[in-house]
Write a protein that binds this ligand. Structure first.
Ligand code: NAD
Ligand code: LMR
Length: 342
């Protein structure tokens, strides 16, 4: 049995299911974009964490009502609302984990890169405030296109002299959540046991599930590998089309982001067995930012799980080579944007 993701899932389920806190709540979390489709359910799930003492909700609109509503839940954290640029600094002071789902979502027919023109500027502005007010926090970037917004965040932090590559994360947990769900369904496995690492990036072919690394060990036909890989790569679009203009994944994303927050808090709390996939600065390949499984600790990334990358199948190796040029171009686009604006 794997000790990576299964443990994380079980612990998340336990901590969310039993609302009686068994651990000391002591961490401060800020959600930027907290009144949005992801922000609201994500804030609810974070409010249920026994590890959180303070939950700061920031948005440019409608956040007071969300905070008033959430603050009535009898879980440990105190919920505070912050609205507008003038309150952003206060939202961030003393925060341990900052989660950023601010920005516009896709509509049918759009790619994630089509969101760049609006979301790049939003992420840049918010990360500037993070750099000035809580430079030591774990930073979780959800806003798309993740393949570009994470490099933008890195450049902004460098410009302010506070970049710590061990603490900047592109949230790709939803790709893992989807891979686990689809594989469990296809192979009739118990969901809680299934763990599929997903590497690369977070758009189209840059999303590369390593089905050969599935735990528990399971064999797939070539047709199953092709079908599952394509479904995982297109799962975001599947939701965008089903929502027919009303946005993209919000509930499954909130679930996935809450899991990544909980894993980060457990790592900060001293748990020495926390593993997640995330899009981070990386030397695993020649692409400077790359999603892979990492070990989290008190200081952020403690180690890269290099073994996932060894002995890839031909299908996975071809997928890896095919994604590199698109991923590099998206990264360079983000870096150029951040430096042009500087
Ligand atoms: P949404 O439109 O429902 O919510 C976005 C929220 O951001 C709104 O409340 C809006 O007021 C707020 N906002 C906009 N500009 C802001 C600013 N400057 N400061 C603070 N808040 C601001 O959108 P959503 O469905 O919640 O999606 C948000 C983003 O997450 C999109 O870019 C989407 O593509 C992305 N997303 C990423 C993943 C992933 O796996 N990483 C999954 C799903 C969605
Ligand atoms: C997802 O994977 O669901 C998100 O990146 C949102 C999108 O636009 O697909």
């Amino acid at each position: 049995r794997n000790s990576f993701e299964t443990k994380a899932v079980k612990q998340n389920i336990q901590s969310v299911a039993c609302l009686q806190p068994k651990v000391q709540a002591s961490f401060k979390v800020a959600v930027l974009g907290a009144a949005g489709g992801i922000g609201q359910p994500l804030s609810l799930l974070v409010k249920m964490s026994p590890l959180v003492s303070d939950l700061h909700l920031y948005d440019i609109a409608n956040v007071k009502g969300v905070a008033a509503d959430l603050s009535h839940c009898n879980t440990p954290s105190e919920v505070l609302a912050f609205t507008g640029p003038e309150q952003l600094a206060d939202a961030l002071k003393g925060v341990d984990v900052v989660v950023i789902p601010a920005g516009v979502p896709r509509k049918p027919g759009m790619t994630r890169d089509d969101l760049f023109n609006i979301n790049a500027g939003i992420v840049k502005t918010l990360v500037e405030a993070v750099a000035d007010n809580c430079p030591d926090a774990f930073i979780h970037i959800i806003s798309n296109p993740v393949n570009s917004t994470v490099p933008i965040a890195a450049e902004v932090l460098k410009q302010r002299g506070v970049y710590n590559p061990k603490k900047l994360f592109g949230v790709t947990t939803l790709d893992v959540v989807r891979a686990n769900t689809f594989v469990a369904q296809k192979k009739n496995l118990k969901l809680i046991d299934v763990d599929v690492p997903v590497i690369g990036g977070h758009a189209g072919i840059t999303i590369l599930p390593l089905l050969s690394r599935t735990k528990p060990s399971v064999s797939f036909s070539n047709e199953e590998i092709e079908e599952l890989t394509v479904r995982i790569q297109n799962a975001g679009t599947e939701v965008v089309e089903a929502k027919a203009g009303a946005g993209s994944a919000t509930l499954s994303m909130a679930y996935a982001a809450a899991r990544f927050v909980e894993s980060s808090l457990r790592a900060l709390d001293g748990d020495s067995d926390v593993y997640e996939c995330s899009f981070v600065q990386s030397e695993l390949t020649e692409v400077p930012f790359f999603a892979s499984r990492i070990k989290l600790g008190k200081k952020g990334i403690e180690a890269f799980v290099n073994s996932d990358m060894q002995g890839l199948t031909d299908y996975e190796s071809k997928g890896l080579e095919a994604l590199k040029s698109e991923l590099k171009a998206s990264i360079e686009k983000g870096i150029a944007f951040a430096n042009k604006q500087a």
